[in-house]
Ligand binder design. Sequence first.
Ligand code: HEC
Length: 181
Amino acid sequence: MLRKTVSALAIAIAVSASAVAADKAFSPYVDGHGGISLPKDFRTGWTHLGSWVIDQEGAPGQGFHDVYARPSDAAAYRKTGHWPDGATLVKEIRAVEHGVKTTGTGVWAGDNKVWFVMVKDSKGRFADNASWGNGWGWALFDAKAPGKNASTDFHKDCETCHVPAKATDWVFVEGYPTLRH
Ligand code: HEC
């Protein structure tokens, strides 16, 4: 009897462990519960899609924004006009520096502040996780604690602001010349 219970328990544990195992074929940045981590190599190995500068004191997005996607995701978008499943977008926000250069009065990127990450999911894999919805996983990482997603609910933290980009799958593609042919 005890043996049976123990082996049933072992099976239950094995099943639940496999249910939460990350699907690496889907994304190396997403665990089995839909937890999103910050990709490390985007600045050196990914495709730079474009930049935004919000240079207005006190604006919610004040900073120098650079947006990156993996080369394969950017190529797929250029080809099809859609993001493939697992496509990952990283927006890095840095401080805006100002100064006179020999070229003119310049603005450039200073220290890291935060990173925003979106991971494409057309299948609704993590319906129970409030960081997922509208076809994407949504995450925010602070430079002071880059190991942890600081956002727990994309409806609250992300969705409203992205409504103007709803028709282009929630992505502000007008700012990304690299996605155009
Ligand atoms: C204050 C409004 C606002 C909030 C809040 C916001 N976003 Fe955005 N996001 C934008 C705008 C506008 C852009 C494009 C222009 C820019 O960067 O200023 C953008 C761009 C992005 C990009 C680059 C790709 C794209 O969609 O163009 C990512 C990735 C991103 N946001 C993720 C997130 C995530 C994840 C959250 C929540 C944790 C979030 N954003 C919250 C307004 C917002």
